[in-house]
Design a protein around this ligand. Structure first.
Ligand code: NOJ
Length: 550
């Protein structure tokens, strides 16, 4: 029996950080018309869906994750008419578009919050989470909850002498989603974009949307730093402020909302938690969020055994028709190639893995040319998280194991060797973040002319993915791992493909995984793999070579 696959189950997503993709006006900040200019580049690259980080009106204290109006475009990025044109032109080219929806919080400059904080009896008071303080005069926070960025998650407000709750940073007060008016307002915001034709949403810190109705203290623990697969941080177990049962129900409610639309739309949740928690957001019958980000993959080392273990775990947890996601980097994480010693050969191995597993891959803008992580001091960063920790000596901040400034992965796209990397039409303008010094060598224009470039590798592999049903709809069969390589099959009633990844810097001779193989893809444009097969029946992979055989 052939199972029907929806488009979003087999799509490939490209993430655009609008501030940094393409500046069309010359003010040094990327914008929507800049993206329109580059739509054909994306078509040629071969991705199928674009996810935009927020471009709604915002004071930009957290570069768009502090929203003052959910249903408009910030003038920095353009107008609603620009967005409509972008959406139409993307759809004409067969591209889908998903937006970032921040249901958890607003900016503290949002008119709703300005009203809410103005008096205790303001009609918008209950739109946010206000509590009496503890202790004498209520000057101690209502409970012990810590914010995701560290420190107390409550801020005292002198005007009304109560505390408001924020999960991320103090200028991002959390909405009170238990209030039906708030839920309706946010559903209306979703509908506003869905009615315009948007194809879905990425949901910001979805696991934090509901907090405990009784505001119980979180239990203490010994873990200081947050991690990918647990909910401990800053010496507490986040039991009462994250993953509350209402969050899982909310996932189902939101899915119902988007399922009212045709053609189908989809949701991807930004969720950090245990694998079991991630699974629960998909809903008991695959009726919750269509997908969630599986972040443990983004920190996986280049180690076949570890990769095998994690992918097996993901497959067990999310067997078909559940759809996993595979992501290496985004606007909050270090750039992918940085983790692989800035070596394009290694990046190709890891990208072949990502684009041939069963699930939806997310490519962060610039990943396709190997854009590097750029160094910024905490003091000179624009990222509000870095600003919070500006005082921390660099030696100390390195112990975190992740970057305390997110500026380093958000630098302007390197289009060419022209001044300002071709990002801005004004060669003199100071771009909002400095551009990596590597741009004369690492840029789109140069890589377009080199058949062996990372860019041309992505183009070729994305085409192979689009042209082969097994890579889109096939099940995944992993063979036992070895120290040097991974072998797996994508199996579809109409096609079986074998994928072999050589993780070592040595040549590898292996028995052919299928009889009379034919090569449909190699990371190495001049692969010799089949010559060896004709001689000996074995296949020979060059160092870091990855192939797809049928
Ligand atoms: C997660 C987003 O990815 C991040 O960039 C943002 O700062 C926080 N949520 C707060 O919205």
């Amino acid at each position: 029996m052939n199972v029907k696959f929806e488009w979003w189950q087999k799509t490939t997503v490209y993430q655009i950080y609008p501030r940094s993709f393409k500046d069309s006006t010359g003010d040094g900040i990327g914008d929507l018309r800049g993206v329109i200019e580059k739509l054909d580049y994306l078509v040629e690259l071969g991705i199928e869906t674009i996810w935009f980080n927020p471009f709604y009106p915002s004071p930009q204290e957290d570069h768009g994750y502090d929203i003052t109006n959910f249903v408009d475009v910030d003038p920095v990025y353009g107008t609603l008419a620009d967005f409509d044109e972008l959406l139409t032109k993307a759809h004409e080219r067969g591209l889908k578009i998903i937006l970032d929806m921040v249901l958890n919080h607003t900016s503290d400059k949002h008119p709703w919050f300005l009203e809410s904080r103005s008096s205790r009896d303001n009609p918008k008071r209950e739109w946010y989470i206000w509590r009496e303080g503890r202790g004498k005069n209520g000057k101690k926070p209502p409970n012990n909850w810590k914010a995701m960025t560290g420190g107390c998650a409550w801020r005292y407000d002198e005007t009304t002498e109560q505390w408001y709750y924020f999960h991320f940073l103090p200028f991002q007060p959390d909405l009170n989603m238990r209030n039906p008016e708030v839920k309706e307002a946010m559903f209306d915001a979703c509908r506003f974009w869905l009615d315009r034709g948007v194809d879905g949403f990425r949901l910001d810190i979805f696991h934090a949307t509901f907090v405990d109705a009784e505001f119980r203290d979180n239990p203490r623990c010994w873990t200081l730093l947050p991690g990918e697969t647990h909910n401990r941080a800053f010496f507490q177990e986040h039991v009462y402020d994250l993953h509350r049962p209402e969050n899982f129900e909310f996932a189902i409610e939101l899915r119902k909302l988007i399922d009212e639309y045709s053609p189908p739309r989809f949701l991807v949740g930004e969720i950090q938690g245990t694998m079991d928690q991630l699974r629960r957001y998909y809903g008991p019958n695959n009726n919750g969020l269509n997908t969630v980000f599986i972040f443990p993959f983004s920190s996986i080392p280049m180690n076949p055994k570890k990769i095998h273990a994690l992918v097996s775990e993901i497959e067990n947890l999310l067997p078909p028709p559940y759809t996993p996601t595979y992501v290496y980097s985004n606007h909050d994480r270090m750039r992918m190639i940085y983790r692989f010693s800035n070596d394009p050969a290694k990046a190709k191995v890891m990208a072949t893995l990502q684009l041939t597993l069963r699930g939806v891959p997310y490519i962060y803008y610039g990943e396709e040319i190997g854009m590097p992580q750029v160094k910024f001091s905490l003091r000179k960063s624009q990222d509000p998280v870095a600003r919070k920790y500006w005082w921390m000596p660099i030696t100390q901040s390195k112990r975190f194991g992740f970057s305390l400034t997110r500026d380093g992965c958000r630098t302007p796209m390197q289009w060419s060797a022209d001044p300002n990397a071709g990002f801005s039409p004004d060669p003199e303008v100071k771009t909002w973040l400095k551009i990596s010094k590597t741009y004369p060598k690492i840029n789109v224009e140069i890589q377009e002319t080199d058949p062996n470039s990372l860019l041309n590798f992505y183009r070729r592999l994305l085409k192979v993915r689009r042209d082969n049903i097994a890579l889109q709809e096939g099940t995944l069969q992993l063979e036992p791992p070895s120290k040097t390589h991974l072998l797996y099959f994508r199996v579809h009633p109409d096609q079986t493909l074998a994928i072999i990844l050589n993780f070592s810097k040595k040549q590898l001779v292996l028995p052919a995984p299928i009889s009379t193989p034919s090569l449909i893809f190699s990371t190495h444009p001049k692969s010799q793999i089949l010559l060896q097969y004709e001689n000996s029946g074995d296949i020979l992979l060059e160092p870091f070579e990855c192939v797809i055989l049928k």
